[in-house]
Every structure is written in structure tokens, then in C-alpha cells.
Design a protein around this ligand. Structure first.
Ligand code: RAM
Length: 552
């Protein structure tokens, strides 16, 4: 009897414990009540892709040329008819040029020319965004990211005639075709190759002002191409690589989109998707994939990107007045500020060393860049921008500590990072001078306008100043020039940097571009760089937002 009573008590306790425990497990998801709704909205705003069938425009030969980008150029040789009308056995290694960057699906048709097909045919196709991808051997592969990003695909055709579509989505302008195996007892030809190109861009952007220089018009056109190619069912970072949504890339793409294609539903989708796939602790994950099920790259937490989500959301709400989206996602924006509160020291300086140990603090692909000033500046910027968003949404009372915190960080930055002697901002224990530090000290408002102008101008002659490593950082440098009123310098910087890519033959802008080192790669192998990269599209934003600077 006593035993029975004890047993019953134990069972009741166990059930109660399990109930409390599972409630706690669920309570750990800070967005539990919103998450499914956000993912549903992300799905609702998923765009339909437009499809256009494209044919190659010519055959080209790849030639070594010291003057060409990365040492390789494509020279027109024949019309595509030559490929179609001649035995493929005599043409192994031929390269077709589609004349423009395309993202989508590649198919080809094979037909017998002579005899009966008695064995399979094997062809290796290599797809390249730039000529070097078709010229530099991929193996032995020295890269630090997957070899499989490189777009070489071997196809074995067992039935002839036949039309085959390569299942993998590809991004390229050029395709090289090499014969790896064929029977000596029959002959065949490639009868047709084509590309089904996809994008979610449907609109044409407004025309530039009639007086716009041809260089600026070219930069705008190539920027629009870059953006269009990256706008698939999310804002991808690059259609060749990494083919996914990163917060930093989304920020710059959504700005460019606001002033061009105005596909605001895509922006909305991306905000909801990132929110829906954030961690249970409410912190955003830097990048997400759409298939086979939407999921995040678990564990990839990038501190600056969390802050930029807020900035991007604020810009979007301000430009579209879509307060509903702002309100839906306000809990996410509010939550990201916790990381600023966490690392802000009593002296008003962000503990960048600790943050760097616990997070990926990115800002640029640049070895040796000291990120203290960048992090301090972006933190101030994100606080102020999030407060502006709160004001738009009538939520100021929920972040009432923010203006004082922003002021504190700003005063501390001025006190600790400004060198009055040189007029430049320094970063870290070695007092490093960099473009990034000046840019973020200007954008955050730590520098007054005259100080900003002095700092940005002083960079040109500063010994050992760390230059931007990628167009991503260059964006913030140009934004700082504009912010400080250095309009001519801003125009000059866009013309020199992005115009430099145009002069080297870019038809889409690149992930990495160092004018002094064309072979630079964050992945130790430049053919795996992305040559149509979202964050490089931002001249579109600058040119169109500031016509008085760029369209005169
Ligand atoms: C690379 C991509 C992407 C960028 C991240 C940080 O994988 O270039 O665009 O956002 O790094």
C-alpha cells in the first residue's frame, strides 16, 4: 500500500518534471510564437523566376596576354555554325561565348554524322565567368573551399541522337567542350547548345540622365547585370558561389534594388527567411540556404552582419513605408542590439578582442586588417539606425537606453581612436591606419564633417594605410566620401575602382578586386572566386541615389 502510494507520487512527479522540462526546452526559442509565421511569409513572397533561352554568339580562342585580366583573353574565331556543322572529334577544346553572363541551365544536342552509334560519348564541359577559369588547370586543387564549386562537369551520353540538360545550375559566359571518349567506328556533331537563363528581375530600371558619362553608364549597366544575376529566389551572394543568402550581401543588394528594379517583395522574403532561420537564442545566422528545405548554416555567426540586418531593415522600411514588415521583424532587430550591450565596456569601447574570439568579425577580405575601429563605428551606426527604425515604428520606449549608449560609444571612439596630430583614426594596439577604420568612423558620425574630410583625404598619403580588399569594403569607403561631402572624390573612386574592372573586361562585377593583385583570392585559388558578386553591384545605388554627383 505504502509502496503503491510512493509509486503514484513518483509517477506524478516524473510527469510534472517532464512537463516543466519540455516547456523549458521550447521556451528557449525566443521567437517561438513568430517563427512559423515568418517562414510562411518568406514562402509567400518567393518570386517566380523568368526564363529566357539564350544561344551562344560566337566561338572564341583563349590566348595568353599579359595585358589582359589575369593574363588571359578570349579572341573571336568563328561563328557558332562551325561547331554545329563539323565533326566534334575535330573540335575538342572548343569554347563558345554567350556574349553575356548567364545563370541557369545548360543543354546540348548530339547527332550522329556518320555510321551507327556503337558506344557512349563522353564530354567534359567547363563553364567560366571569366577566361582564366577555362585556362588555368584546376588540379591539383590548392583551394581552401570545396573543389566542387569549380564548374567542370563530365557527361556521358549513351543514346544518340539526344538532348541532355546538365542538372546543376550554372553561372557563366563561356563554355569549353572537351572530348574525353568516343568510338572510332562512328562520327557525331554537337547540333545545338543553349542556356535557359533565370532571374527574378522583371522590371526595367529608370534611364540615367542624358548627360551621364559613358563610363558611369557602363558601370551602371554592369552593376545592374550583376544585381540581376544575383536576384534569384533570394538575393544570392554569387550565382556561381556561394549561391545563398548572406546578410551583408542582402544589405547592399537591397539598397541597389531600391533604386533600380524595385523588387521589394524579394527584399521582404529575405528578411523573413533570415528571421525564421535565426538561432533559438534570437541571434541571426550569417547565411541561409533555400533547398531542399530552408535552413541556416548552423554555427556561422558573423557579428557585423547581425548589426547590418537592422540597418537594412531600417532602410527598407524608410524607403517603402512597409511598417507591417518592420513591426513583424522588430523583435529580431531589438534582439541584435544585445550583442552591442554585451561587448560595450564601461569606458564606452567595444571589447573587440573578446568579440573576435567569440565571433567571426568580418568587415572585409583583408588579412591583417585591424577591426577595432570598424566594429566601434558599426556598433554606433547600428544603434542609431535601429533607433531610427524604432521611431518609424513607434517603439522608442523599448530601446530607450540606445541614444545614450550610442553617445557613450561615440565619445569613447573620439577619445581613444582619433589622432589629432595626423587627423586620422587609428585602430588596435598597433594604431593601424586603414580605409575601413576611416570609413566607419565617418559613417558613425564620430568624425565631424571637416574631420571626416581631412581623414579621408589623408589616406592617400598615409604610409602603410591598409587598403580595401574587396568591393564590399570599397562600398563603405565611397559611402563615407559621400557622407562627408567629398563628392568629386566619391565619383573618382567609383570610376577608378569599378571602372577599373570595366577596363579589364568585366561584364559583371567581381567578389574580390585588388587593382594591384588580380590573382588575389581569399580561398587560395583565384578561379574559385566569384566573378558575379552581389556586394559589387553597389555603384547602381550610388549612381542612382546621387544623380547630382554621378549623372552630370
Ligand atoms: C563569402 C562570400 C559572401 C560573404 C561572406 C562573408 O563566402 O563572398 O558574399 O558575405 O564571404
Amino acid at each position: 500500500m505504502v509502496l503503491n502510494l510512493l509509486k503514484t507520487r513518483f509517477t506524478v512527479l516524473l510527469v510534472a518534471f517532464i512537463a516543466v522540462f519540455s516547456a523549458n526546452v521550447k521556451a528557449q526559442d525566443v521567437y517561438q510564437q513568430y517563427r512559423q509565421g515568418w517562414l510562411k511569409k518568406a514562402e509567400d513572397y518567393k518570386p517566380r523566376l523568368s526564363e529566357t533561352v539564350k544561344q551562344p554568339v560566337s566561338l572564341v580562342r583563349l590566348e595568353k596576354d599579359k595585358a589582359a585580366f589575369q593574363g588571359w583573353k578570349a579572341v573571336n574565331t568563328d561563328s557558332v555554325g562551325k561547331l554545329y556543322n563539323t565533326s566534334f572529334k575535330t573540335q575538342s577544346g572548343v569554347v563558345a561565348d554567350f556574349g553575356e553572363h548567364l545563370t541557369g541551365y545548360f543543354s546540348f544536342t548530339i547527332k550522329a554524322l556518320k555510321g551507327t552509334s556503337d558506344a557512349p560519348v563522353r564530354i567534359r564541359f567547363t563553364f567560366g565567368e571569366v577566361p582564366s577559369e577555362l585556362s588555368v588547370p584546376f588540379d591539383p586543387y590548392p583551394g581552401t573551399i570545396s573543389r566542387a564549386w569549380l564548374q567542370d562537369e563530365t557527361v556521358t551520353v549513351t543514346e544518340i541522337p539526344g538532348t541532355i540538360t546538365i542538372p546543376r545550375r550554372l553561372a557563366c559566359r563561356y563554355v569549353k567542350m572537351e572530348l574525353l571518349g568516343a568510338s572510332p567506328y562512328f562520327d557525331f556533331q554537337i547540333a545545338n547548345i543553349e542556356f535557359k537563363a533565370t532571374t527574378s528581375v522583371l522590371n526595367k530600371p529608370p534611364l540615367l540622365a542624358p548627360g551621364t558619362s559613358s563610363l558611369i553608364a557602363d558601370i551602371d549597366r554592369v552593376g545592374l547585370n550583376t544585381l540581376k544575376e544575383c536576384m534569384q529566389t533570394v538575393y544570392e551572394d554569387g550565382p556561381k558561389r556561394d549561391r545563398r543568402l548572406w546578410i551583408g550581401d542582402l544589405y547592399l543588394e537591397s539598397l541597389a534594388n531600391l533604386y533600380s528594379f524595385q523588387n521589394n517583395d524579394l527584399t521582404k522574403r529575405c528578411f523573413y527567411l533570415l528571421a525564421g532561420l535565426s538561432g533559438d537564442d534570437g541571434v541571426l545566422i550569417s547565411n541561409v540556404f533555400e533547398t531542399p528545405e530552408p535552413h541556416a548554416q548552423v554555427g556561422n555567426r558573423l557579428l557585423d552582419y547581425c548589426f547590418l540586418y537592422n540597418v537594412a531593415l531600417k532602410e527598407y522600411v524608410a524607403a517603402t513605408d512597409d511598417k507591417q514588415t518592420g513591426l513583424d521583424l522588430w523583435p529580431v532587430a531589438k534582439k541584435q542590439l544585445d550583442m552591442i550591450r554585451k561587448y560595450a565596456g564601461a569606458d564606452g569601447m567595444m571589447d573587440y578582442v573578446k568579440a573576435g574570439k567569440e565571433w567571426w568579425v568580418f568587415f572585409d577580405w583583408k588579412d591583417g586588417l585591424d577591426r577595432q575601429a570598424c566594429l566601434q563605428g558599426l556598433s554606433i551606426y547600428a544603434l542609431n539606425q535601429t533607433y531610427a527604425l524604432a521611431k518609424q515604428l513607434g517603439k522608442e520606449d523599448e530601446v530607450s537606453d540606445v541614444p545614450a549608449l550610442a553617445r557613450k560609444l561615440k565619445n569613447a571612439a573620439y577619445k581613444n581612436l582619433y589622432d589629432k596630430q595626423t587627423g586620422l583614426f587609428v585602430s588596435g594596439t598597433n594604431k593601424q591606419i586603414s580605409y575601413g577604420s576611416q570609413a566607419w568612423m565617418v559613417l558613425s558620425g564620430v568624425a565631424s564633417k571637416p574631420e571626416a574630410q581631412i581623414a579621408l583625404k589623408a589616406l592617400a598619403t598615409a604610409k602603410d594605410a591598409v587598403h580595401p580588399g574587396a568591393p564590399y569594403m570599397f562600398h563603405y569607403y565611397v559611402a563615407a566620401l559621400i557622407e562627408s561631402g567629398l563628392k568629386n572624390e566619391a565619383k573618382e573612386a567609383v570610376q577608378t575602382y569599378w571602372g577599373g574592372m570595366i577596363k579589364k573586361g568585366a561584364d559583371t562585377f567581381w567578389e574580390v578586386y585588388d587593382p594591384n593583385d588580380e590573382l588575389k583570392s581569399p580561398y587560395n585559388f583565384y578561379p574559385v572566386n566569384s566573378y558575379c558578386h552581389a556586394w559589387s553591384c553597389t555603384p547602381v545605388y550610388f549612381i542612382r541615389k546621387y544623380p547630382e554627383i554621378f549623372q552630370r
